[in-house]
Design a protein around this ligand. Sequence first.
Ligand code: FAD
Length: 436
Amino acid sequence: MGKEQIVVVGAGVAGLTAAYLLLKKGYGVTVLEREKAVGGLARSYRYDKYTFDIGPHRFHTDRKDVMDFIKFVLNKDALVISRMSSVYMFDKYHIWPLRPRTLIRLPFTVLLRAGIDLFTRPSFKGESFKNYILSKYGKTLYEVFFKQYTEKFTFISGANLHYSWASASVDRAVIDKKLKMNSLFDTLKVTLMPKPVNTKFLYPKHGCDIFAIKLANLIKEEGGHIITNVKNVLVKKNGKKIDSISFNGKNIKIDKLIWTASIKTISEQLGLDSPKLNYLDTLIFNVEINRDLGNPNQWVYFGDKNIIFNRTSIPKNFSPYLVPKGKDSICVEVTCRDKELWDMPAMIMPRVLKDLIKTKMCKRNDIGKVHVEKVRETYPIYSITYPGQLKKANENLKTFANLYCTGRTGAFYYNNMDNSIEMIFDLIKQFPEVKG
Ligand SMILES: Cc1cc2nc3c(=O)[nH]c(=O)nc-3n(C[C@H](O)[C@H](O)[C@H](O)COP(=O)(O)OP(=O)(O)OC[C@H]3O[C@@H](n4cnc5c(N)ncnc54)[C@H](O)[C@@H]3O)c2cc1C
């Protein structure tokens, strides 16, 4: 009898980690990826001497086994970096997470109102993002920052978003757990701390996708197959078992399926109820800059609804190897749920450039080539009804014993790379070794 054959759909961090660990346990593994490159949301784009990730990307984890794995894959390619991020509010840049200097620079009335909120915050009722943030940060910070930023980002009102969007997005923004910013009270405590915490992060010298590229090479060395640019992946069932998968006009029999693509797609392909679970897509404007901007930020949030983008990042501040010497670059993120805009992203290019200049990110003459990229399914949208929808979708999918939906997109989980690796570590423990 030949080896048990496992197909992994998606060559992101989760899919590749799964493939590698399964090969090590003796399974035959084929990875299918719709994009032309590996890495998923952690892939990079290269244009001549400029490298851009999809927004800011760096590794951080508190789990030793996950960190050991990241270091094993990256080997000598890892840089150790600190964090430096800002938020643009009231036409100024403020260090984020907020520090004493930031508070002093906020308009006095805002500061006063935020201070009063500390004693008058409502208790948390219901399940909405709005009520959750009001109870944690108060009305003032909700209105001046969280409301505008979140509604611009998700296109959903704070009242229709689930409160777990708050813990996910704020935790993601404040990835450094030592910097507790979970409430207005925590924020003030952190702000008054005498010494800022300086957690370190790992970043692959030549771009985030180096992790995926190196892991893909390890997979090939172990005898695994990775097929990129696949078209029309279609899963077929036989009763309550996944039986085969077709792609590029071929059909292959499979023993097990690890699915890291959209949970909605797999539910629909298996004829299950289509869950009301939607993802945000992101348009990326990768801007080459003709000089060194001297901007120390790795990324900046833009909550103001009059600025078209949500966030910018500066690749050079992750690694100097991402731009030619003396030059710079800016990655601009615009979330998208509009078909017309998705089909014609160039229509907002003038506005993107105008807002870069308006916010003093750069000057008109600094701007070189601009590359537009479309990234699908960047964020699972935690609408107020999502927990019930996700529970039902998982119950239906779990009736297929040889199917495993996992990773950020497959589990509909707003996570980080280390969480995807962690999920796979825990999943693969269920697979017995089949090696002689
Ligand atoms: C803007 C942004 C910034 C981030 N910053 C950080 C950060 O600083 N640190 C951090 O740790 N994490 C960060 N993350 C999160 C991180 O990118 C993810 O946690 C991680 O990449 C998820 O990996 P995954 O493999 O679970 O999912 P994905 O990367 O979503 O992988 C799914 C894969 O499936 C493929 N696929 C989809 N449909 C099909 C199909 N039909 N057929 C075949 N293939 C298909 C996709 O192309 C993709 O490659 C960020 C995410 C975003 C969007």
